[in-house]
Design a protein around this ligand. Structure first.
Ligand code: SF4
Length: 448
């Protein structure tokens, strides 16, 4: 009888993408997926390591699975992903019930490991990078197994070479590797033919994409020209690698949406240097000014870390000042937490927790005001909106996104689902726009 697998995923879109590829690989080798761990022969947790909180969640869930395995010793328990890569053997010392530990580079080899796993209680650690060529991850073209939605993520690269001092990604996901262009095109086209309207091209730093002499601007041009997808987005961009040509593509390619996520992290040059970000606050400001001038109606979002080691009140004030100057449409804001093994972990984590929290509250409040003000300016305007799901708060309303990545709630019925419609904005708050559908722009493509 086919073995049943329960797969749970924590973390970023790249982890979700890895899980979808793993699912595809498992299904093609005769495994079946289950919705609950109770029905499974094999339990896989794809973990995240990027923040302390994400690891705490993964520890908690793995502990639950270990308790379950204690009573059900025949179940095979697998820890996969970034935390598995980071901790390797150490994870198994704390969790003796684990059967397999698989890093993100090797996740597609899991069916093979399961096959060769000699005894269920014998632990295998498959996270070593020795003699492993990361580019091989793209050799086998495994398309993700996903429920086709109207919007999907497509990976264009993996790993990172930047070594920002606070970040574990280069250690857990290894050096940057770039996916062959033709694979990307095939996947986007397949999605478009299945009814998907929008793709987001993802990578830890998409701006440094290079494949056979083509850079990220070239890749966007090809996706725009050679696929039937309606809208194209991308993330994440590193400010130091964002080229003039890319800004030009944003201004001119019809399918490329007018939104860019550009992590700032801090407005203080001293802290940016300690973070090893490779730009100054003035470089960042010049770049965002250029983007705003060239790309009509562009929206900007960012990531900010507060309370980085040695961050003074003055450093923090500079971050607030930059926020006011750039006027981001939205921001993801975090307080610094130490990630073992990174350069920043060698610095004294000397901003007290309550001070980090105060700064976080202050910056969230400021961003809320800015977002609210910016959204107010959109009242009465008309935007194209891709409607992709029912509103969670009100079953009679529908949720979508503008090309500039703003969430819009509209009245309507199920017919709107998967359509790009024209919406006049009638009210707003800091996070959401509300509007009325004017008319439909594109016909819905049936989902196979
Ligand atoms: S660019 Fe910096 S923050 Fe982003 S993944 Fe790479 S090292 Fe981490």
């Amino acid at each position: 009888m086919a073995k049943r697998v329960y797969l749970q995923t924590f973390g970023c879109q790249m982890n979700v993408y890895d899980s979808e590829r793993l699912k595809s690989s498992l299904l093609s080798q005769g495994y079946r997926m289950t919705k609950t761990p109770r029905d499974a022969d094999i339990i896989v947790l794809n973990t995240c390591s990027v923040r302390e909180k994400a690891e705490r969640r993964a520890w908690g869930r793995l502990s639950e699975f270990c308790r379950y395995k204690q009573k059900n010793p025949e179940v095979v328990l697998v820890a996969a992903g970034c935390m598995a890569q980071r901790l390797g053997q150490a994870l198994t010392e704390k969790m003796p019930y684990l059967d397999l530990v698989v890093g993100p580079d090797r996740i597609l080899q899991l069916p093979e490991y399961l096959q060769n796993h000699p005894k269920k209680s014998q632990l295998a650690i498959c996270s070593s990078r020795n003699e492993f060529d990361s580019q091989k991850i793209w050799e086998k073209e495994v398309l993700p197994h996903r429920k086709i939605r109207f919007t999907s993520f497509v990976a264009v690269s993996r790993g990172c070479n930047n070594f920002c001092s606070y970040c574990v990604v280069p250690y857990v996901r290894g050096p940057e590797t770039h996916r062959p262009i033709q694979q990307i095109i095939r996947e986007v086209q397949l999605l478009a033919r299945s009814g998907c309207k929008e793709v987001t091209l993802i990578g830890q730093n998409v701006n440094s994409y290079q494949f056979e002499g083509k850079d990220f601007a070239d890749l966007l041009q090809v996706v725009n020209d050679q696929t039937d997808i309606e809208w194209i987005r991308f993330m994440t961009s590193h400010p130091k690698d964002l080229s003039e040509r890319l800004v030009e593509k944003m201004a001119t390619l019809p399918k490329l949406c007018e939104h860019i996520h550009l992590p700032l992290q801090s407005g203080s040059d001293r802290i940016l240097k300690k973070m090893n970000r490779g730009y100054t606050s003035s470089d960042y400001l010049k770049l965002t000014d250029r983007i705003k001038k060239r790309v009509e109606d562009v929206s900007l979002s960012t990531d900010i870390i507060v309370g980085f080691p040695s961050e003074t009140e003055e450093d923090f004030e500079q971050t607030l000042k930059l926020l006011r100057k750039v006027e981001f449409d939205s921001a993801f804001m975090f307080r610094y937490s130490v990630r073992e093994g990174t350069k920043a972990a060698q610095l004294k984590d000397d901003v007290p927790e309550d001070e980090k929290l105060n700064r976080l509250h202050a910056i969230i409040q400021l961003q809320k005001e800015i977002s609210g003000r910016k959204n107010q300016r959109l009242l009465g305007k008309i935007f194209e909106v891709l409607v992709d799901e029912r509103s969670r708060r009100n079953q009679n309303k529908w949720k979508g996104k503008t090309r500039s990545n703003k969430t819009v709630i509209v009245d309507g019925n199920e017919d709107l689902l998967g359509k790009i419609v024209s919406v006049r904005i009638s009210s707003s708050d800091s996070f959401t726009l509300f509007g009325e559908v004017q008319h439909q722009i594109f016909e819905k493509t049936p989902i196979n």
